[in-house]
Structures are given as C-alpha cells and as structure tokens.
Design a protein around this ligand. Structure first.
Ligand code: ASP
Length: 605
C-alpha cells in the first residue's frame, strides 16, 4: 500500500475522497466496539475509524493492532461527528472511515511512553538505549528538523557570500598541545598513529594558502575530554576561514549568520551590531569571559576603599597586589544555611578561603566581618552597591583573576537561587549576544610555569602590542574574539599569524616549544607560509550548542541523533567494546587493562 496523503494533510476539503495513509499507530481507543486509531507519521496525526458493524473482518484485523505498529489504511474521508472535532489538530475536523488495512509490522510494547511529557520523565539511559523510539517523540522529531533547518540556513548564508564548503580529513596527525585526542593506529605503518581531528584549524589555514579565500565546513570534531551536558566526544562546528579580512569583517559576517539563523529558525529579529566587551571588562563586571547579561548583579571593585582598612584580611590582600571585589545579590538575604554553605563550597573550589558576606535584615547588617568596617567603608558599600533591606553582599579578596572567577561563579549560583524564589526572571529566549574581544594572547600557566596560547598558537597579536612579545608577553593582546550568548561561548576564533617568522617566534620563543618539536608538528605549515600566505582569519561556532538554544533545551544530547552518554558510551549499539586478538595483532597493538582492585576474599572459617 502506498500513501496518497501524509497524516497532517486531510481537511474537510477532501470529504468523501478515497485516500490511503501509512504510518505508526499512535493510540488506540475502543468506543463500544468501534476502534479509533490515531495514525502518525512525521507530519502529524489522522484519526482512523474501524467499525466492525460495517466490516467485521476488517474490525477483527484492527482489533489485533498494538500501539507503535506500522500500518497502511485505505478509507473514505468523513466529517467527525459534531462535538468531537479537535481544533488543535490540522486534521481535527475529519476522520478516515477505513475500508482496508495492511499491517506492515506489529510492534512490541515500547519500554517507555513515547509522548513528550511521559518520555521526559524516564531515565535518559533508557531513552538512549532505545533511541529509535525516543526519536519518534514529537519533541525529538522537531529537534532533528530544527537542526536540519539550522544547517541549511547556515549553508545558504555562506553560499550567498561565495564561501565554499570544503571537506577536510577526520584522520589527522597528533597535536598533543591542544585537548586530549583520539588516536587511531595505522595498520600499514606499525607503531604509528593518526589522531582524529580536534578541529580543521590547520587545514583551513592551509586552504587559505591554497587560494580558496572563503571556506566553510559543517565539520565533525573529536576531543577526548570529560563529557558534560554541553560537551560530547564528537561534536559539530560551523568552521569558517577567509582571506584578506580583519576583525570588523568577522563581526559583520557572523552577526549576519546569526541574524539569519535566528530569523529562519525562530522568526526572531536579532538586533545588530552586537555589544563588544574587552576581556578585562567581562572579567571585572561579570567574573567570567562569557558573561550572562540577562541579569545585573555586576561585580564592583572595592580595592581603593579597603586598602587602608582595619580589616586586615582585605587590607593585606590589596597590599599584596590583590583586589577586593563584591556584588549585591539583591533580595537573597533569606537564603538558607544549606544554600549559603553551597555558595561557600563553590567559592572554595575556586581557591577562596571562605565567602565573606553581609546580610541586611530588619535594617541591620548581619555579618561576621562588619564589625571591622569603618563608617566610610560602609557608606561606600551602601552607595555603590545600592544595598537595601533583604539584600546580601558577597566579597572576594584574592589576586584579580581569582577574585573575579570566584564571584563570577557565586553570581551565577545566586541568580539561580533568586530564580527559584521567583525574585528574578531569566528567560531562555532573552538573546543577549555579545563579542568578547581583546583577550590576552598568552596566559601564564602556573602549573608548567610557562605561557600557553589563550586561544591557539596561530592567533595574531594586536599589531600595536607586537613590540611587547619578547619583553612582556602577558601585555600582548590577541586578535581573538568569542561570540557569547547568555553565559555560553557560541563561537571563537581569531585573525591568524600569516608571517612564517612571527609564527615561528611564537612557537619557539614565547610558547617555548622545542625547535625539533615545532619542526615535526608544524614544519609543513611554516613551510606553506613561505609560499605566499594571505592575511586570514576565521572562527568556529558550536552547531550542537546553537541548536540546543534554538530548540530551548539545555542538553546538546537532545539535538544529536545518536549521542554518547556522560561515560562516552553508545547504549543503543553498545560501544565501546573489546575487539578480537586478530584485529589488535593486525594493528600492532597490545592492550594493558588496568587492574581493578577486587575486595579481599573472606578467609574460609
Ligand atoms: N579552530 C578553533 C577552535 O576549534 C576555532 C578557530 O580559531 O577558528 O576553537
């Protein structure tokens, strides 16, 4: 049986027509012997009626149906009786009076309900084990469709600007200075490995040397990192690179991409240009390089106020080059002991010794530290933080970056506590885009005692800072930009170094990568740059994250057809798995399985 229509198509305009529909049995209702079936396909639902009074054999056949069976139905389009019209369905005014039924496949009873609400309540592992059933749920089907629409919108946009999509290899060489990689053993080169590409970064730069000028790719990237709700071991980037562009071009091109994407998928008009915020301001005001600007509670600096304080903790922090930062969690004075303890634990996990606070209740400042404050200090706090009854002010006293990071996290957690109390509204569709710019080119890594690239080693310095590359590398700003939305980094990129001598200097003199390592890892790139490399730059956006936002979900797993679990497993196909000794031998691999300590056996008594 072939369908003549899809399941969201038939209306009273088709009354009396003979039609055929195919799909899945969404639900079965028995009204005194007459069976009503909602037949479902990817477009929607149509109600089908089997009346044993008119066709006993057909009625008996339909009585054997079970939900999720796949069937084909032929029948006549008839109006639904008065009072049974369902205005919320496009097909809600008609039903099909069945005359023939073909059962393609009966279904076993699904292990969980396939409606949106019921399915959301079950354990995600069960949904992932039966992903083909989970994907039948309307919400998941819609997520896949939205993702398709997003990818198409992006492709159309870049095509209209004459960018071309070029595929680059998934099997690349190992570049261990980035994230941890997946290694792939070579069968024909014993003892040698490929690495799965962490991003097409080097290839896209080489494409610029190749004269492509405008490249994009919806590219799969692989990183062996610990998984979180917004991270997967394989994920998709909208990866772009162009020649002869500067930062202004980048902002314009990608604001255009996001504007079109939001319009095509959600019908929303994003205002452009986006706000631009230097990294230092983002840290100072929000304590993070990806600020969530949907709410205030900004951090303020009180180092000046407390530099001569009789509160020694604050005074000595400033004397030692640190800062005193504070913010007012407006209306959160009623937080519980448990909530306060959680905030304190958060602060401690970021290196704070504790979390100093002032609570204002009944006109009184309640705080273990307030007795040390002078009237002038109190007046400065009251005025700049607009302290009122019911507020709680949190402090951090530490080196600048640490103080920012501590309060940045406490600010986010405090906001959630306010949301829980109904005192603050943070809407997921309040789209507060911004560019964070002027990052430091290098960040000093305490652990290894050397500089590491803030973005990656191919990022070009801001031209006027180039002079400090040798003398004061941390003063050099990079031509690096992040596109940030509501506390998330959506994309990041940079204008690149295109002069081989500068690139070599960054590798060897600033990042202190040994000369032979530079040669073996990046030699080919430095060589390519000697044959006419144009100035170029680019960016990569996380497609999974953007789709999650467009679908209004917090987990990128909801917008990936077959994601891995937090433990990196595919529960449906069951991977990873051991492989045969023969396969390992062919790949010249011996595995060393870590010993798991077994509990000591009880001695026989
Ligand atoms: N390849 C970079 C990344 O994956 C993005 C870029 O610089 O274009 O973060």
């Amino acid at each position: 049986m072939k369908s003549t229509h899809h399941c969201a198509q038939l209306t009273p305009a088709a009354l009396n027509a003979t039609v055929s529909l195919v799909g899945w049995v969404d639900s079965i209702r028995d009204h005194g012997g007459i069976l009503f079936i909602d037949l479902r396909d990817r477009k929607g639902l149509t109600q089908v009626k089997f009346d044993p009074q008119t066709n006993a054999a057909l009625g008996a056949q339909a009585a054997g149906l079970k939900p999720e069976s796949v069937i084909g139905v032929t029948g006549t389009v008839v109006p639904r009786p008065e009072g049974t019209v369902n205005a919320s369905l496009p097909t809600g005014a008609i039903e099909i009076d069945a005359t023939a039924l073909e059962i393609f496949n009966l279904s076993d009873t699904p292990p969980f309900p396939l409606d949106d609400i019921g399915g959301d309540k079950v354990n995600e592992d069960l949904r992932l084990t039966y992903r083909y059933l989970d994907l039948r749920r309307p919400k998941m089907r819609k997520n896949l469709q939205t993702r398709h629409k997003a990818a198409k919108s992006i492709r159309d946009y870049f095509d209209s600007l004459e960018f071309i999509e070029v595929e680059t290899p998934a099997l690349f060489k190992s570049t261990p200075e980035g994230a941890r990689e997946y290694l792939v053993p070579s069968r024909i080169h014993p003892g040698q490995f490929y690495a799965l590409s962490q991003s097409p970064q080097q290839f896209k730069q080489i494409l610029m040397v190749a004269g492509v000028e405008r490249y994009f790719q919806i590219a799969r990237c692989f990183r062996d990192e610990d998984l979180r709700a917004d991270r997967q071991m394989e994920f998709t980037q909208v990866d772009v690179e162009a020649s002869f562009i500067d930062r202004e071009d980048v902002y314009r091109i990608f604001e255009g991409m996001l504007k079109k994407l939001w319009k095509d998928v959600l019908g929303t008009d994003l205002p452009t240009p986006f706000l631009r915020m230097p990294f230092v301001d983002a840290m100072n005001r929000f304590g993070v390089d990806k600020p969530d600007m949907r709410f205030g509670m900004e951090l303020l600096d009180f180092s000046e106020t407390f530099k001569t304080s009789s509160f020694k903790v604050f005074q000595s922090t400033v004397a030692n080059g640190g800062v005193i930062k504070a913010f007012n969690a407006k209306g959160l004075a009623d937080l519980t002991q448990g909530e306060l303890k959680n905030l304190e634990d958060t602060a401690k996990s970021l290196g704070a010794k504790g979390l100093a606070f002032i609570k204002v209740e009944g006109g009184e400042w309640k705080s273990p530290i307030v007795k040390f404050f002078s009237d002038a200090e109190k007046a400065a706090l009251t005025e700049r933080l607009a302290i009122a009854d019911g507020d709680i002010v949190f402090f951090a006293a530490a080196p600048w970056e640490k103080a920012c990071a501590i309060l940045g996290r406490v600010r986010l957690d405090a906001a959630q506590l306010l949301v829980k109390r109904g005192k603050l509204t943070i809407r997921h569709d309040d789209w507060k885009f911004l560019w964070v710019i002027d990052f430091p080119l290098m960040t000093h890594d305490e652990e290894s005692g050397r500089y590491v690239a803030t973005h990656h080693p191919f990022t070009a310095p801001v031209p006027e800072d180039l002079q400090y590359l040798d003398s004061d590398p941390k003063r050099v700003r990079g031509q690096h930009y992040d596109a940030v939305l509501n506390g998330m980094e959506l994309g990041g990129g940079s204008i690149r170094i295109h002069q081989p001598a500068v690139q070599k200097k960054v590798f060897e003199d600033v990042l202190k990568i040994p000369v032979d390592v530079v040669e073996s890892r990046f030699g080919y790139m430095l060589k390519a740059f000697t044959f006419g490399a144009p100035p170029h730059g680019g960016i990569a956006f996380g497609l999974d994250r953007m789709c999650a936002l467009l679908c209004g979900t917090t987990s990128i797993r909801d917008v990936i057809a077959f994601p891995k679990t937090q433990k990196g497993q595919d529960l449906m196909a069951q991977s990873p798995t051991p492989v045969t000794a023969k396969q390992l031998k062919e790949l010249h691999i011996a595995t060393v399985i870590p010993q798991v300590d077994k509990p000591a056996e009880k001695p026989a008594s």
